[in-house]
Design a protein around this ligand. Structure first.
Ligand code: AMP
Ligand code: MG
Length: 491
């Protein structure tokens, strides 16, 4: 455990890339910053002691007033496709990379979000509001608790500095952590600069996909082979991530290529939502009027996005036919991951051909009744023993009875002991997800300086599969008066 700032081992691999990759720029510190919350669980995983994070110097670092000792503070550049349209250059418009620290889990980058303007801010003020910062903080822990790959956040600093959105809000900074924040859009940015593209590819491959350096026969891979191998990894990780999102009812909301991680992590939490009432075409982002990023579209949008990544790799060797071949397994990976997760959620031994019809019938049932996503999956474990209670979750009782008959026949054919089946199912169907109204309650309290709701949610979301006595309300869908409207991109 590191207890002294001086003992942190800090390096700056990203700043070692050519200067075209970033701008060295100091954050704009928040005035009179206060630590709203520290993620002690993540801190412990990273080997950072509570003493270190309680050091006043740590608050200065988190509020943008002081660099990480030995860190080179930079804002990185990237480009991207937003809502299907090439947006050109974007970049860290309100984020600063402080450097990377050595941890028991390997090197981890520390990044401030909401830390002021950079050359990539375009029209933005460089700030983030408390509301969106708490949402990012809680969501990344919720994802981690579900076992879904994600960036994390080490804490939130707040200030009374005003930030102008639809209303006047107050500023906050989140300290995010990730092995890397490189996006599809980073590759897109350098797609026409072969030397820089090669440098980026080498950087990412050396750090994260070193297996791409050698071919199956043990010989050294060419630049073309390295690029194809890198793409193959991203294709697979992205397909699996989409299966993760879909099967926990998560909508990202802004799946632009600049918000897609080349490590297959969930990144850039904005107007995301964990669904309450299921609608296959649920849209969580008010700005997404066409439903490009609706729940059911996420798998195919990610497929479109990996094509944009693939297209950006041509300057380092691969031709269109080679890229197409590497992109092709996306669907196979997605289906495999999706079926595997659904089989587990349904408490089945292994996937059989007819199961797809059972799954489709389930989505249809949920959709037609707009049943609660999380509750319905959780109720499946006891559905065969508690027909009546299960059927009541759906407005169309007859449809629910019919589907349940099929499900019970399928379960009976597997002949798993009931308690074993239920145990397996309860280990993959969460009781607690970060419903929007729960996040909103925590935000309202935090705005008044009370972090108890954040603490409660973190406790539940880090251990979401177990029943926590006394916290039954947190497992329920919002009451009519608690429902929150869809969110805009404004954060
Ligand atoms: P997003 O889709 O929210 O991940 O952001 C898209 C782009 O807008 C990124 O380049 C962000 O850095 C930038 N951006 C978003 N909000 C702000 C802001 N308040 N100030 C400056 N840049 C911003
Ligand atoms: Mg973004």
């Amino acid at each position: 455990m590191i207890t002294n700032l001086a003992d942190l081992v800090v390096s700056n691999s990203y700043a070692g890339l050519p200067s075209a990759f970033y701008t060295s720029i100091a954050p704009q510190a928040l005035s009179e910053p206060r630590m709203l919350h520290i993620n002690q669980v993540l801190a412990a995983e990273l080997g950072l002691s509570p003493e270190l994070l309680a050091d006043p110097a740590w608050l200065e670092i988190m509020s943008g007033a002081r660099p990480l000792p030995g860190g080179q503070t930079i804002a990185t550049v990237y480009s991207g496709h937003q809502f299907g349209v090439w947006a050109g250059q974007l970049g860290d418009g309100r984020a600063h990379l402080l450097g990377e620290i050595e941890t028991p889990q390997g090197p981890v980058e520390l990044q401030l979000k909401g830390s002021g303007q950079t050359p990539y801010s375009r029209m933005g003020d460089g700030r983030a509001v408390l509301r969106s910062s708490v949402r990012e903080y809680l969501a990344s822990e919720a994802m981690a608790g579900l076992g879904i790959p994600t960036t994390r956040a080490l804490g939130i600093v707040v200030s009374d500095d005003p930030v102008y959105r639809e209303t006047i809000e107050t500023a906050a900074i989140v300290l995010r952590t990730s092995p890397s924040f490189v996006r599809f859009g980073t590759f897109e940015h350098f797609s026409k600069q072969p030397e820089h593209l090669q440098a980026l590819l080498d950087y990412v491959v050396d750090r994260f996909y070193p297996d791409c350096r050698t071919l199956a026969d043990g010989t050294q891979a060419s630049s073309t082979d390295v690029a194809l191998c890198f793409l193959a990894h991203v294709v697979e990780l992205t397909a699996v991530l989409m299966a993760d999102w879909l099967t926990c009812g998560f909508c990202h909301g802004v799946m632009n290529t600049d918000n897609m991680s080349v490590l297959g992590l969930t990144i850039d939490y904005g107007p995301y939502g964990f669904m309450d009432a299921f609608q296959a075409n649920h849209i969580c982002n008010l700005t997404d009027t066409q439903g490009r990023y609706a729940w059911h579209a996420q798998g195919s949008v990610a497929w479109w996005n990996v094509h944009r990544l693939a297209g950006s790799l041509m300057a380092v060797g691969p031709d269109a036919a080679m890229l197409k071949q590497v992109l092709e397994p996306y669907e196979k990976h997605f289906l495999q991951a999706y079926r595997q997760k659904m089989v587990a959620k349904f408490g089945l031994r292994e996937w059989q051909t007819d199961d797809d019809a059972l799954f489709d019938g389930w989505w249809r049932l949920l959709h037609d009744s707009q049943a609660d996503f999380t509750q319905s999956f959780r109720a499946l474990a006891t559905a065969p023993e508690n027909r009546e209670g299960f059927v009541k979750l759906f407005s169309d009782h007859e449809a629910a009875q019919n589907w349940l008959d099929d499900y019970m026949a399928r379960v009976a054919a597997d002949a798993l002991p009931t308690s074993e089946r239920q145990q397996h199912m309860n280990a993959v169907n969460p009781l607690y997800v970060l419903r929007n109204h729960l996040a909103q309650q925590a935000i309202d309290a935090a705005q008044a300086g009370d972090v108890s709701e954040i603490e409660t949610l973190l406790r539940l979301l880090r251990d979401p599969y177990r029943h926590h006595p006394g916290y039954e309300d947190y497992a329920r869908p919002p009451a009519p008066g608690q429902r929150t409207p869809a969110l805009s991109c404004s954060s």
